[in-house]
Design a protein around this ligand. Structure first.
Ligand code: CP
Length: 302
């Protein structure tokens, strides 16, 4: 793998994670720093995206680099049968960094092995979404004043939700405890629970959204990932399993914050938006500063 790629959150040490969060703070205070003048960065998205693609592209622009890429591979030679390997080799001849989203798990790791420039995984199937994790950590640190000793309640699709997998791994540096709220069909996969057990990190599992709402510092809501289901009937069974409403938040911790990687579909009622606990839109804004920090770090400018 290219040494300076970011494919899994495990590619960054605790020190690197904290360094990126510090740098993001700097970029939040000064949002336009043209330190990458003359660079070109490719954003190639084989799967739909709003926040990740637009915040990465904004980050590139605010850092003074130019952006090329596509948001729909059907308009590229992939539709003529060109392989991912050839596509990546070609694109890496043109640019200084590749930011890629792809539906196949492991595709970003593979891309980093054939590319001659750093690759950032902007989401590979149900596997990892490390830039989302760094912005989640930034949001947690900003709202809680620390990353240490927090209780994180992850809710919804813990089976396919790549953001929960990456966040769990990253938080393991900071002595967390976890509550996993999911229906049986969408439980946290065993490999991630084994990871926590090996590290001596505690977790509780429940199917009830109400059961642990009042116990957590961060309520991390997720969407049921329709695009990962092979059987539409299975999706229909679980798609509306949880719906958080403002009336359910009467006894939560005073500084509890609700995060969601977005997009939401039905799992957070709009009446939650006006409560002091809702943080998901600010969280998405934080993504800009964190993605500026990731790019600057990987290219050796911070
Ligand atoms: N959180 C996230 O990855 O959003 P998008 O799919 O809109 O990029």
């Amino acid at each position: 793998m290219n040494r300076k790629s970011l494919i899994s959150i495990g590619d960054f040490s605790k020190e690197e994670i904290l360094h990126v969060l510090e740098t993001a703070k700097e970029f939040e205070q000064n949002r336009s720093q043209k330190i990458l003048d003359g660079k070109v960065i490719a954003c190639i998205f084989f799967e739909p995206s709003t926040r990740t693609r637009l915040s990465f592209e904004t980050a590139v622009n605010r850092l003074g680099a130019k952006v090329i890429g596509f948001s729909d591979a059907t308009n590229t030679s992939v539709s003529k049968g060109e392989t991912l390997k050839d596509t990546i080799k070609m694109v890496s001849n043109y640019v200084d960094m590749i930011i890629m989203r792809h539906p196949l798990e492991g595709s970003s790791r593979y891309a980093s092995e054939v590319a001659s420039v750093p690759v950032v995984n902007a989401g590979d199937g149900a596997n990892q979404h490390p830039s989302q994790t760094l912005l989640d950590l930034y949001s947690i640190q900003k709202t809680q004043g620390t990353l240490e000793n927090l209780t994180i309640n992850m809710v919804g699709d813990l089976k396919y939700g790549r953001t929960t997998h990456s966040l769990l791994q990253a938080m393991s540096h900071f002595n967390p405890s976890f509550i996993f709220t999911a229906p049986d069909e969408l439980k946290m996969p065993a490999e991630y629970k084994d990871f926590l057990t090996e590290k001596g990190i505690g977790f509780t599992e429940t199917t009830s959204l109400e059961e642990h709402l009042d116990d957590c510092d961060i309520l991390y809501m997720t969407r049921v990932q329709q695009e990962r289901f092979t059987d539409p009937m299975e999706y229909e069974k679980v798609k509306d399993v949880y719906r958080l409403e403002a009336s359910m938040l009467g006894n939560v911790k005073k500084n509890m914050k609700i995060l969601h990687p977005l997009p939401r579909v039905g799992e957070i009622d709009q009446d939650v938006d006006d409560t002091p606990y809702a943080y998901y839109f600010k969280q998405a804004e934080n993504g800009l500063y964190v993605r500026m920090a990731i790019i600057a770090y990987l290219l050796g400018y911070r």
